[in-house]
Write a protein that binds this ligand. Structure first.
Ligand SMILES: Cc1cc2nc3c(=O)[nH]c(=O)nc-3n(C[C@H](O)[C@H](O)[C@H](O)COP(=O)(O)O)c2cc1C
Length: 165
């Protein structure tokens, strides 16, 4: 397949959900637990699509969460979205890169900083305690997931499309 047929669908469906009271589309992040069994949890997601064949999704989390320990052992993840307006399910797979204060890639630090700036004060306190800091707290981590494959299930037609990147 020469150009992506799924990414535009994802972008539109995710943008529609972002208009809802929750600030970002919610998807369930599946990791491999420390015991080798599946572990999953809901997260708010952001995305960046470059051209037709390159896309990454990213989210923010606290350094002292179980998922960070799990990703040290196995970085393979899958994120599952339900878009009720489409209606569709979208499953995205890739390897998660943990972006911390010490990470050197400027473009990724830029995404992390801009995520920090948009956080409500109460959430900033969750990460850093009471603070006026403009720079992201060390506990504020970004999970950056360049996508390896995406599967789109159209819930009306039951048609499934899968793309590898
Ligand atoms: C709708 C919803 C959105 C959530 N968004 C986030 C998020 O963006 N970041 C986050 O760290 N936790 C978020 N959580 C909490 C996580 O589901 C999870 O409980 C937490 O990150 C700890 O997960 P872990 O112990 O498996 O690492 C959200 C929970 C819900 C129900």
């Amino acid at each position: 397949m020469s150009s992506s047929s799924i990414l535009p669908l994802f972008e539109q469906a995710a943008a529609e959900v972002s208009g809802a009271p929750l600030y970002a589309p919610i998807g369930c992040l599946a990791t491999v637990g420390l015991n080798g069994k599946p572990a999953s949890r809901h997260m708010g997601w952001h995305w960046t699509i470059v051209g037709e064949k390159k896309a990454s999704i990213f989210c923010f989390t606290h350094a002292k969460t179980q998922k960070i320990e799990e990703l040290k052992q196995n970085e393979a993840v899958q994120v599952c979205f339900y878009f009720p307006l489409a209606p569709a399910q979208c499953r995205m797979s890739g390897n998660a890169q943990v972006v911390s204060a010490g990470s050197t890639e400027a473009a990724l630090q830029e995404h992390r900083s801009s995520g920090w700036k948009k956080l409500p004060d109460a959430m900033k306190e969750h990460y850093a305690g009471p603070t006026e800091a403009n720079a992201p707290s060390d506990e504020f981590l970004m999970l950056w997931i360049p996508l390896h494959s995406v599967e789109w299930l159209n819930m009306q037609t039951q048609e499934t499309v899968r793309e590898d990147f």
